[in-house]
Design a protein. Structure first.
Length: 641
């Protein structure tokens, strides 16, 4: 949730120790035992301090944020000392300053711990935490640069989706949900306060961006749908209540009451809160004049460098990233030209379009996910080695009222202590059936987000009961992995078509589609650097896009404005992907004949979300020979008993 920060509390002072008389005669055995215990406690002091600090960081990451708490933990009782009222984290300038100071304190405490005295797992986590907190502290110094209401990814559009998928495991969950609805006015009002302070600092959004936010607030709550009882926050609420009734946790007459209460809150509390937010943004509209990259703002370069590190996990400089992207762009372009020429020679056609691809044989998303799981078996480790029950996955369509400002697809991560129920949303207005849907579900499901999230978390749970890593954000690893396997899925799609009687040229066409997508995303990454680090203007971007064949001004404006309002977003995907390719090259050199895709993928999944500098160091410590069971091998072993 925007504005949420973590901090630690100092140990309680002045603890009263109750003294008891001890025997005057202490045996030698007792002395040895005491000495051994003293040595053990001394030796493990750093371990205990690290465990305590980790627990504090994790607990504070969920402080006063019931929505994040619910999505992180199915059962908070082992991790949190006492339940707190269900609420959302309201912003205030005072709390932001306090959070920054406490963040600095966290880092100081962490640096006092000697990592050499920790076990290998904790030592790796210590390294991750150190670099993570250092970067977060750098970001905290850039006041008012964060934008919680971005047109494409702001909380005004994310919050309803998170509410719609808020799981009702118990009646208490449902009651907490209604309390969260009650807290939405205070939460949105605090965001309006933040935006006003942002405007006073000369950093408010453009008038056009503000207009988009106002339109979204008006559309999201859709008064006509609310009055008809057809809003998705009404229909999904009733579906979840039905589950509680079926489980015997709720009586039918109670269900009617709670449906009425939900309707009341949506119409008299949540909807007016969205209207009030829209009014606040409208009144501030016009106070922001900056319409360019971050580098044009006083602390813009510092904030961009923070975002690069945070969102990509890469430690490369902007200059190094630009060089890497440029080299990759040239390679992609040359490969694409060669493939296009080969395709034309084979088919005798001058025009190339994805409409020439034969129809895919799958009727729905579940059939695609089943096919992807079958095809990934040889090269990816099996989930069956970590769990007795494989996770379920439901695919849903984004509500029509949300389609215009929701991404093509999204995966909602399950709680770290209950990985069974997974949900993928598909935006039907921006995701075409066939190849695009196939690769999208590979990105979001198998072997993408769902598989990576479940495998990495189950493996982490098997190694430690310390949940602190779930509080850290590594977008470059997570999205880089999903983009990496999406590229692999183009090969799977080619096999699907060929195995269902498609001509050989269809394989070339899927390769062309893959290269075109990479080339386009690479270009957008270069534009991101150009706009936010080098100061490219809108006209500069027009010229770059025109050279790429994008001459329609409305399209060019949409691309420019998206990159302007979502700095480093494309880099999160593509630079993360390139960093994984670089790690793969290093693994190939390091392991030699012992390298296999299965082993490399297992290394990444077991390491879990990390920054790429830490992953490179971890890879260098990996022995040359290691045996890992694939999906297929694990299932055969389990079948043999």
């Amino acid at each position: 949730m925007p504005g949420a920060h973590t901090y630690i509390k100092t140990p309680q002072q002045g603890t009263l120790l109750v003294k008891k008389r001890i025997p005057l005669i202490i045996t030698a055995a007792a002395l040895l035992l005491f000495a051994g215990l003293f040595f053990f406690l001394y030796r493990n002091n750093d371990t205990l301090r690290f465990q305590k600090l980790s627990e504090e960081i994790f607990a504070q990451s969920l402080n006063q944020d019931s929505l994040s708490l619910h999505y992180t933990l199915a059962d908070p009782s082992p991790y949190l000392k006492a339940p707190s009222p269900a609420t959302l984290p309201a912003y205030s300038r005072e709390s932001q300053k306090e959070a920054a100071a406490l963040l600095e304190n966290q880092l100081l405490v962490l640096q006092e711990i000697n990592p050499d005295k920790l076990n290998s797992h904790d030592r790796y986590t210590w390294s991750l935490l150190t670099s993570y907190l250092e970067n977060e502290l750098a970001g905290a110094r850039c006041e008012y640069y964060e934008e919680p209401l971005a047109p494409s990814s702001g909380m005004q559009s994310q919050l309803p989706v998170l509410l719609a998928e808020y799981t009702f495991r118990t009646k208490s969950d449902m009651e907490d949900y209604l309390e969260i609805l009650e807290s939405i006015p205070a939460y949105l009002e605090s965001l309006a306060v933040y935006e006003k302070e942002k405007a006073n600092a000369g950093l408010f959004m453009t008038e056009a961006d503000a207009g988009e936010i106002v339109d979204q607030c008006d559309a999201i709550m859709a008064p006509d749908l609310l009055s008809a009882g057809e809003h998705f926050l009404q229909t999904t609420f009733q579906e979840r209540l039905d589950g509680l009734v079926e489980d015997g946790q709720l009586k039918p007459e109670e269900e009617e009451f709670y449906i009425s209460e939900n309707n009341r809150l949506l119409t008299t509390v949540v909807s007016p809160a969205y209207t009030a937010l829209a009014d606040s943004i409208f009144l501030l509209s016009g106070s922001g004049s900056h319409n360019g990259g971050l580098c044009e703002l006083p602390s813009g370069i510092a904030y961009y460098l923070y975002l690069l590190r945070r969102n990509t996990g890469s430690s490369r400089t902007p200059e190094e990233i630009q060089s890497l992207l440029s080299d990759q762009f040239q390679n992609l372009y040359q490969n694409l030209q060669a493939l296009v020429e080969t395709y034309r020679e084979q088919t005798g056609t001058g025009t190339i379009t994805l409409e020439d691809l034969p129809a895919f044989p799958f009727q729905n998303a579940q059939e695609i996910l089943d096919d992807l799981q079958n095809r990934m078996q040889a090269d990816f480790p099996s989930l069956a080695a970590l769990t007795d029950s494989l996770p379920s996955c439901r695919t849903k369509s984004v509500a029509e009222s949300m389609e215009d400002f929701t991404s093509p697809a999204l995966y909602l991560t399950p709680p770290i202590d209950d990985m069974d129920d997974n949900v993928i949303y598909v935006n039907n207005s921006s995701t075409s059936p066939g190849l695009e849907l196939y690769t999208t579900l590979a990105h979001e499901g198998y072997p993408g987000h769902l598989y990576q999230t479940v495998y990495s978390q189950l493996y982490e749970n098997s190694k430690t009961d310390n949940p602190v890593r779930s509080a850290l954000f590594y977008g470059g690893f997570v999205e880089g992995w999903a983009y990496y396997v999406e590229n692999i899925a183009y090969g799977y799609a080619s096999d699907v078509l060929l195995q269902n009687g498609a001509p050989n040229a269809s394989s070339l066409l899927t390769d062309i589609a893959c290269l075109e997508r990479n080339l386009q995303v690479n270009l957008y990454c270069l534009l991101d650097l150009s706009i936010h680090y080098y100061g490219a203007s809108r006209q500069d971007v027009y010229r770059s896009l025109a050279a790429f064949g994008i001459s329609d001004q409305a399209t060019a404006d949409a691309i420019y404005d998206y990159i302007r309002t979502e700095p480093t977003t494309y880099l999160k995907y593509y630079l993360g992907y390139l960093e994984i390719l670089a790690l793969r090259d290093k693994a190939t050199d390091l392991w030699g004949d012992d390298y296999t895709p299965l082993r490399f993928h297992t290394f990444l999944l077991q390491a879990g979300p990390s920054d790429f500098t830490s992953l490179e160091k971890k890879l260098a410590e990996t022995p040359a020979v290691k045996t890992t069971l694939s999906y297929m091998e694990t299932e055969k072993k389990l079948a043999r008993g």
